[in-house]
Ligand binder design. Structure first.
Ligand SMILES: Cc1cc2nc3c(=O)[nH]c(=O)nc-3n(C[C@H](O)[C@H](O)[C@H](O)COP(=O)(O)O)c2cc1C
Length: 453
């Protein structure tokens, strides 16, 4: 067996692919968002490639619709399956791959969320993960609340939410269910715990109505990178999804977040950092560049202006042409602070025109794009992995299903030959494959500590 530190891989799936115009590409599955056979094939392809996990991003309600009727007519975004339901189905046609479902601490209820993810973990036999998001986009109009909570308030609620959910997952100790037909004892009442949580945002008694998850807790993933986002990740997460453009930025993020772990009594290996990468493959460099140009050419001008307007909220762009220099981006956001910084840096570093800006974010939305041969994509992954910038990668195929199949068939074998990536799964659960410990039950731990005194 290889002694080398091993890379982890996630397949970050957007229905037709990550590129904004993927649905128009001849190789994409245009009805992907509601096509279970499509998702089934993707999960099985990722498992064939020995990926650790598949991941879908999500919002509890559709994102803001384009204002321009023409853009509205041409956009494929906003309608797709709910992730936990989707992954429950796909766990039945796979054996090893993990399933990361996104769920919002701003718009969901902790008890119901704990119940859903505990169920997914049982149904998948220990392959569930929760991508904890505070929801950047304002979807408040769908949830009978006065408005979208401010960034700081969302994170404050998230801190309490995550602790509460973990507490609920501990409602039953692992051996609480005796189920002895002979004696007629079904349950050991000493091993069932009522949380009795009274916090600033939530009052929840417990216990949960699902047994402790197979993994103890589903793996906790976090995907915010602002100051409070980094703190939440350092305290509670086991994997962090991030978007970084340059090696230097990724190294800064990696060392900053890992540097926070000690304060919470945690070590470096307990939190895996996973930047995104958007690979545009070709047999030769020229073929890869042609593939990239072709998909970029599918962006309709109305979509281009919609992308730009999303970044220039409240700014009238009607006097600009696409070949004008991009004006400074408005900096006062309560939505996604880290992505705003990333795009601002991108514009300033490269002195972009508006055309260059929309082309730069139309594919990977600010994640790193690599256009090249399979060897070059593998080099790009290895460079960050071996230079303090990543433990894992979220692979973001531009077009699906072909972008994932090509990566599995062409790039994974190179990573395996270089001894960087597994050729078979190490364990049965997602935790085992990611090398993460199974958390103890907090109630059992406290009782054992009391008894030891
Ligand atoms: C790879 C990646 C995936 C994300 N997925 C989602 C998602 O599915 N839903 C969501 O609301 N936000 C998602 N986000 C956004 C973050 O969760 C977070 O809300 C956003 O970054 C704003 O928080 P911040 O200002 O702390 O960065 C994602 C971010 C990254 C980097």
């Amino acid at each position: 067996m290889s002694e080398k530190r091993q890379l982890k891989l996630g397949a970050f799936i957007m229905a037709t692919g990550h590129h904004v115009s993927a649905w128009r590409h001849p190789a994409s599955q245009a009805d992907a968002g509601h096509n279970i056979e499509h998702y089934k094939a993707l999960a099985q392809t990722a498992e064939r490639g020995k990926f650790d996990l598949v991941f879908v991003a999500d919002s509890p309600a559709g994102w803001e619709r384009a204002k321009d009727p023409e853009a509205l007519q041409r956009s494929s975004q906003g309608a797709h399956f709910e992730p936990v339901t989707l992954w429950a189905a796909l766990s039945q046609v796979t054996n090893n791959i993990g399933f990361v479902a996104t769920a919002s601490t701003t718009y969901e209820d902790p008890y119901l969320l704990a119940r859903k993810f505990a169920s997914l973990d049982h149904i998948s036999k220990g392959r569930a993960a929760w991508n904890v998001v505070t929801t950047g986009a304002d979807v408040s109009k769908n949830f009978s609340i006065p408005g979208h909570p401010a960034h700081a308030d969302r994170y404050e609620r998230a801190e309490e939410f995550v602790d509460l959910v973990k507490g609920l997952w501990d409602s039953y100790e692992d051996d609480a269910f005796v189920r002895d037909k002979q004696s007629g004892v079904y349950l050991d009442p000493d091993k069932v715990h009522q949380l009795n949580h009274h916090g600033k945002h939530f009052t929840v008694s417990g216990p949960l109505n699902v047994a402790r998850p197979v993994q103890g807790y589903p793996v906790i993933v976090q995907a915010g990178a602002s100051e409070p986002g980094r703190e939440l990740a350092a305290r509670t997460a086991e994997m962090i999804f991030t978007a970084n453009q340059t090696l230097e930025d990724a190294q800064e993020f990696y060392s900053d977040v890992k540097g926070r772990l000690g304060r919470y009594g945690r070590s470096s290996g307990e939190l895996l950092i996973s930047p995104g990468i958007f690979p545009v493959l070709g047999g030769t460099e020229k073929e890869a560049r042609d593939n990239h140009e072709y998909i970029q050419s599918l962006i309709h001008p109305s979509i281009a202006w919609t992308i730009l307007q999303r970044h220039y909220k409240g700014v009238d762009l009607s006097g600009y042409s696409l070949d004008d220099r991009a004006p400074p981006l408005p900096q006062n956001t309560e939505l996604n602070k880290s992505r705003l910084k990333l795009v601002t840096d991108l514009v300033e570093r490269n002195n972009l025109t508006l055309r260059q800006l929309y082309l730069a974010v139309a594919g990977a939305r600010g994640h790193r794009e690599v256009v090249g041969t399979p060897e070059q994509i593998a080099d790009a992954i290895q460079l960050w992995f071996e230079n303090g910038a990543a433990d894992a990668f979220n692979i973001m195929p531009p077009i699906l299903p072909t972008g994932l199949t090509d990566f599995v068939d062409q790039v994974v074998p190179i990573l395996q030959r270089r001894g960087l990536f597994r050729t078979k799964y190490e364990g049965k659960t997602l935790r085992e494959n990611l090398g993460l410990a199974r958390p103890s039950n907090s109630f059992a731990l406290r009782r054992n500590q009391r008894e030891a005194v």
